[in-house]
Design a protein. Structure first.
Lengths: 141, 193
């Protein structure tokens, strides 16, 4: 196993040779016995693992959880969010909303429906008699 | 979470208590700024409250979903900053040293930690996130890949590249120190190798 191969395996499987595939682990052990560079790479990789493990220690700022939860209490959900929450609480609610929309749509349609367009009828009649009016004007002149 | 979806404030308080430490730690390590981590943690949980309905319990674990929200916010923040943070402002938290240790060993360990700290902050955000999610936050490769929206193979590549960059930074610094303190020894090491 060459130094680049050893380092690639180190990056892939970590510093514990017990977690490596058996054949690769045997080759790595031979490499470590023969090469100071390989031993340095392994030591560096162990330092990195120790550093990363150390990052697990973390101090949460005092009062942050309280600030978050009190901030949420004062946050009113937007209209769409409230509507979705209301709808999701019971099966009948989406059905009721759909019925209301259907009925209101029907009523809106009824209320906006006009009779025959009288303006249109008048203008059509005027067009039909245009030539007649012109002839009458000519006769009078 | 089902209770949070029903707008149960007490359930939300419990959810924050349970998951905030982990989410805050991830945000602190990702952004390198405790102040940013505070703000982004608040934003994360605000979004959870507002969009609780979009969480599908059988699909991903709640902690995975939370970290995905937090990760996206962190990446947005880093993108807005246009450069990665660096130096002493990056994560002021340091672990306590063992008081019984040899002073020289302590100094060397502190130097190594500082060096890795800087190297970590200079990693591309996705490599840093991959290392943090798998080696600090304790996610499986599959979960971490889901958080980062990459394939498992892509995640493994990110981890390997991140480790390599950190190792190279460490070996480079050690080489520089050796060369500065004992140039003759360094030369003879190369001769024998």
């Amino acid at each position: 196993m060459t130094q680049p191969e050893f380092e690639a395996a180190l990056d892939r499987w970590g510093t514990d040779l017990a977690h490596w595939p058996a054949r690769q682990a045997r080759l790595a052990e031979a490499c470590l016995a023969a090469s100071a560079d390989a031993r340095r790479s392994l030591a560096a990789a162990r330092s990195i693992e120790a550093y990363l493990a150390n990052l697990q220690q973390h101090q949460l700022p005092a009062g942050l959880a309280g600030r978050i939860t009190s901030g949420i209490t004062h946050q009113r959900p937007d209209t769409m969010e409230r509507l979705l929450a209301w709808l999701s609480r019971a099966f009948w609610r989406p059905a009721a909303l759909a019925s209301v929309l259907l009925v209101s749509g029907y009523l809106t349609g009824l209320s906006t429906q006009d009779g025959p367009d009288t303006d249109f009828a008048d203008s059509t009649a005027a067009l039909a008699f245009t030539d007649l009016y012109r002839e009458l004007d000519d006769v009078e002149q | 979470m089902a209770q949070v979806q029903q707008r149960d404030q007490a359930a939300f308080d419990r959810l924050v208590g349970r998951h905030l430490p982990s989410v805050h730690r991830y945000l602190t390590r990702m952004t390198g700024s405790p102040a940013d981590a505070d703000e982004l943690a608040q934003e994360t949980f605000l979004r959870v409250w507002q969009r609780a309905g979009s969480y599908r319990p059988g699909k991903v674990r709640l902690t995975t979903w939370l970290h995905r929200v937090a990760h996206n916010l962190a990446v947005d923040r880093l993108r807005r900053r246009r450069h990665d943070v660096d130096g002493p402002d990056h994560d002021s938290h340091e672990e306590p040293d063992d008081p019984g240790s040899d002073p020289q060993a302590l100094a060397e360990r502190a130097d190594t930690r500082r060096l890795l700290h800087t190297a970590m902050s200079r990693l591309p955000a996705t490599q840093r996130a991959a290392l943090l999610l798998c080696q600090v936050q304790g996610f499986s490769n599959r979960e971490a890949a889901s958080i980062l929206a990459v394939t498992v193979r892509g995640l493994e590549s990110l981890i390997a590249r991140g480790r390599r960059s950190l190792r190279q930074a460490l070996l480079q610094a050690e080489g520089d120190v050796n060369a500065a303190t004992n140039p003759e020894q360094e030369d003879s090491d190369h001769d024998t190798a």
